[in-house]
Design a protein around this ligand. Structure first.
Ligand code: PRP
Ligand code: URA
Length: 233
């Protein structure tokens, strides 16, 4: 493979966008974890079957959520091992909600629930209008006391940023004060939009790609994440 030629071909597809300066609230996790780069590149391959794609999305989500929750405090509690009593530790008082943006975000929800079984799942139904690329909301269901919870918005793809921006704005409108975004691949444009509109929201993504093509798909990206997870193409 000619690496230079391949990169030039990808760059040719990208629509111009000014360079984005990443804030401290933006965490590009592939820079720290080679295993994430390895797994993300596996799912970019268009020949990967849907079942494998879903499994790898699950693995990536687990790793990213470990990082996104690394500052959680632990509280002590008493436990008894088969050998003796001891002071155990558990994550304290965190009322967590994982809020996947449908459909593709649903692929990240099982890993979140497995890692934090005590969490709730809120559903955000949103799709991008094919003509305008603007998000269209079609479903919304959150736990009743959402304003008192820490919300993790889940979506593998942050492209123009329109869907995540709309979802986070709606959560803020409901009174949420603690929101994080967890994605897998982002375009610089999507990060720019979230950084500008929601500087209080930490962004966790595995990779930031070159940009968007004329149809607002991430380049090189992985195509339509919803279709690839659910095998609808
Ligand atoms: C995809 C993706 C995001 C959105 C990202 O969903 O899962 O929600 O596009 O693009 P944006 O940053 O430009 O808003 P899509 O609209 O394709 O819906 P689907 O998951 O139901 O296929
Ligand atoms: N939605 C996707 O699923 N993929 C993209 O590249 C952009 C939006």
């Amino acid at each position: 493979m000619n690496k230079v030629k391949t990169m030039a071909m990808a760059k040719d597809l990208v629509v111009d966008y000014p360079e984005v300066k990443y804030l401290d609230t933006t965490h590009i996790l592939g820079k720290e974890y080679p295993v994430l780069v390895h797994k993300i590149d596996q799912i970019r391959d268009k020949n990967v079957p849907s079942s494998t794609f879903q499994t790898i999305v699950d693995e990536i989500t687990t790793i990213e959520l470990v990082e996104a929750t690394r500052n959680f405090k632990l509280e002590e509690y008493e436990i008894e091992t088969p050998i003796c009593e001891m002071v155990g530790h558990r994550i304290s008082g965190k009322k967590m909600v994982f809020a996947p943006i449908m459909r593709a975000g649903l692929g990240m929800a099982p890993a979140a629930k497995r890692l934090y079984p005590q969490s709730r799942i809120g559903h955000i139904g949103m799709y991008r209008d094919e003509e305008t690329s603007r998000p269209v909301k079609y479903y919304w269901k959150m736990p009743k006391d959402i304003e008192n919870r820490m919300v993790f918005v889940l979506d593998p793809m942050l492209a123009t940023g329109g869907s995540a921006d709309a979802a986070i704005s709606e959560l803020k409108h409901l009174g949420c004060k603690s929101i994080k975004f967890v994605g897998i691949i982002a375009a610089p444009q999507g990060i720019d939009v979230l950084q500008r509109n929601h500087p209080d929201v930490d962004i966790y993504v595995g990779a930031v790609d070159l940009g968007l093509n004329k149809d607002n798909y991430i380049v090189p990206g992985l195509g339509d994440a919803g279709d690839r997870i659910f095998g609808t193409k």
